[in-house]
Design a protein around this ligand. Sequence first.
Ligand SMILES: O=C[C@H](O)[C@H](O)[C@H](O)COP(=O)(O)O
Length: 270
Amino acid sequence: MALAYDPLFIASDKALSAFDVASPPHPMILTQDELKRIAAYKAVEFVESGMVLGLGTGSTAKHAVDRIGELLRQGKLENIVGIPTSKKTQEQALSLGIPLSDLDAHPVIDLSIDGADEVDPYLNLVKGRGGSLLREKMIEGASKKFVVIVDESKMVKHIGGSKLALPVEIVPFCWKFTAEKLRSLLEGYGCEANLRLGEKGKPFVTDNGNYIVDMHLEEDMGDLGAVSDAILRLPGVVEHGMFLDMASTVIIAGELGVKIKNKQHTTTSS
Ligand SMILES: O=C[C@H](O)[C@H](O)[C@H](O)COP(=O)(O)O
């Protein structure tokens, strides 16, 4: 479907209506990256001067951090403190002049904005396919409001059962032992457990010096809370990429407009 895309349209609900119904002079198909940017800019509308902000990681969150930097530079936001969820986001935020701090100094965060790999109808998430999940979970779990930004391709009926990875961060010590324990724990869901590799075929190392095992499941996990608890009980496991009952709001950008889903009710902005 061809749609008009104008970044200036992003800032308001009225603009989003135009985005939905416009009869474009120069029709354009929106790319996935443009959809990510639309969701990110919409989320940044929740940001107010004086807030402590959790800054997410990944190709969608990057747009939100860019936008926050831009608004600070323009003087439209003031006294923001950012808490980055990865070293990469820390570098990006520093390059944009966003003042940074950490959870030790700011144990309560006003608002976090971050992407996700999968979102189910109850706003449960899979995160970490880009290699960041532990810091994200710590920071987003300490947030009064956690806004998730995605393009519509991330919406699924059930998280984790799509054969795509459910990432689990583990300590490097005897990683094969832990990976096998994980595989055997989730065997009933048709599970493969693969160590994530990085450059030159070496194990990918997280910001926290750990490894990631990607769990590929053929079947839905059913009781996500029970599976989450069982994974976390395994010695050697640091954290997993299921973010259950954490998101307050999910902003979904699609070809037909932007949908905002809140934890308790759903509204459509189009
Ligand atoms: O590890 C990465 C993070 O959890 C990301 O937020 C997640 O993978 C989504 O990333 P993207 O916005 O690049 O799809």
